[in-house]
Design a protein around this ligand. Structure first.
Ligand SMILES: [Zn+2]
Length: 269
């Protein structure tokens, strides 16, 4: 593999349900955490609709699934887990949800935001993508750009001391054909499986090992890695601007202004 792999200083994964990260991108978050990155998981629902046992109340289901989520995060070396507790099955990409996500982004100031793909409706012949997944992905992307990076948007958050923060990159977790980036998870494949197994209430008698490794191996095909996760990466800030600003939009503005003036001065000379 040519070059050093990209490891951000920090990343925030925003998803609908407690196990969505483990199914999609936990190999990547575990790898980054292992390399010293700060990672935060934002779970929009606590998966309170995901347990079918009628003897378990909705409130208890929420407690069980939050506990499983904390355990899964811990396995991956992730310390920060935020639960927004929107009702499972009822996620909508509203302005209120965008504001709540912007609040978390401005608090944690991630270099990378990881989200799902809001355009996926029919990923296979036997599955319709959960509407919560689409809504959560839309809300996350709309929070990541441009809202969180604009000082005049959600000014009430600025007044709370949560200043605008523009992430460097957005990683959209995708099925193969849209991907432009493959993260080598060979070293963290086992961690990903262990994190997934932490969601005991969802696994029941199914062990994810065989299917998940097969999927990760297929994703890695032809990429000189054994296991991979696929992403469509959108780079919002150039390397140069990121070095200057670390996400502060005012610093980006000032740097661009400076470059413009220097150019003008050169033309005048
Ligand atoms: Zn889900």
């Amino acid at each position: 593999m040519p070059g050093t792999p990209y490891i951000p200083e920090s990343a925030m994964a925003i998803v609908a349900h407690p196990d969505d990260i483990e199914f999609s991108c936990a190999g990547t978050t575990a790898r980054w955490a292992k390399s010293g990155a700060r990672i935060c998981y934002v779970l929009i629902t606590s998966g309170d609709g995901g347990i079918a046992d009628p003897s378990i109340s909705k409130e208890d289901a929420m407690k069980i699934r939050e506990e499983e989520s904390r355990r899964a995060a811990e396995v991956a070396g992730v310390k920060d887990v935020v639960f927004l507790r929107v009702t499972d099955g009822m996620v909508e990409a509203t302005m209120e949800l965008r504001r709540r996500l912007v609040r978390e982004i401005r608090r944690f100031k991630p270099e990378v935001i990881i989200a799902g793909d809001p355009t996926v409706f029919f990923p296979s012949d036997t599955y319709i993508n959960h509407p919560d997944h689409r809504a959560a992905a839309t809300a996350a992307i709309d929070a990541a750009f441009p809202a969180t990076g604009q000082p005049h948007v959600f000014q009430e958050l600025e007044r709370e001391g949560l200043k605008a923060h523009k992430p460097r990159k957005v990683y959209i977790s995708v099925w193969d054909d849209k991907a432009n980036t493959y993260v080598d998870i060979s070293e963290t494949m086992e961690t990903k499986l262990e994190a997934l197994r932490a969601h005991k209430s969802q696994m029941m008698d199914w062990d994810p090992g065989e299917e998940m490794t097969k999927w990760a191996r297929e994703t890695a095909k032809g990429k000189e890695m054994e296991y991979a996760e696929a992403f469509k990466v959108i780079t919002l800030e150039s390397d140069e601007d990121w070095e200057l600003s670390k996400g502060d939009p005012v610093k980006i503005y000032e740097a661009r202004e400076k470059r413009r003036k220097e150019k003008e001065a050169k033309q005048d000379a």
